[in-house]
Design a protein. Structure first.
Length: 188
């Protein structure tokens, strides 16, 4: 074998060793065992707009739009601000995993003349206790943007978590926030 071939083989081996080494623990990844805990993350069922799995605080403030983010389906949900903070919101409740787990909330959103937010409300049902609000990202971009937040939650068997998409409160009829592709995923 000539020297050029030997140098080439040694170079490939060294590159493989270097790229195979990691410094520190790997970053958390989405759990393949559970996946997205939200059943209707795109606000549509069988190609039609739907709030199935979600609750609207005030249905007169919630609409659908064909304006969707990259990778979205055919519809997004549009939430307008209400007079009270909880009026302009849609929310869904999922079962929490027992024990201490990291979760990632992710949603595509955009705003028109307003700022909204995403929240996780930790409802301790077993035993009963006061809910703990875990603030998520503040929606402030006028173009479709993916917002994410990660937090660690300790829960008991039978506890649940409420994920809310909120436009807040105020008297601004032209204001609204679009939401789509809402994911709530346990991390490994």
């Amino acid at each position: 074998m000539n020297n050029i071939v030997r140098i080439f083989i040694v170079g490939i081996a060294i590159t493989g060793i270097i790229t195979g080494c990691e410094s520190g623990p790997p970053p958390p990844t989405e759990s393949t065992a559970y996946g997205n805990l939200i059943s209707n993350s795109s606000f549509e069922i069988n190609g039609a707009p739907s709030l199935q799995g979600w609750v609207a605080s005030d249905t007169s403030l919630v609409h659908f739009s064909t304006d969707v983010p990259p990778g979205g389906g055919s519809y997004s949900v549009v939430v307008q601000p209400g007079i009270n903070p909880i009026e302009g919101a849609v929310y869904t409740t999922v079962g929490a995993l027992a024990g201490t787990h990291a979760y990632r909330i992710s949603v595509w959103a955009k705003t028109v003349q307003w700022a909204g937010d995403v929240y996780i409300d930790h409802l301790k049902l077993n035993p009963p206790a006061q809910p703990v609000l875990i603030p998520g990202p503040i929606i402030q971009d006028t173009l479709w943007t993916q917002y994410t937040a990660t937090d660690t939650i300790t829960a008991n068997a039978g506890d649940s978590l409420t994920i809310g998409l909120e436009s807040g409160s105020g008297n601004a009829p032209a204001s609204k926030i679009y939401f789509d592709l809402c994911m709530f995923t346990p991390l490994n």
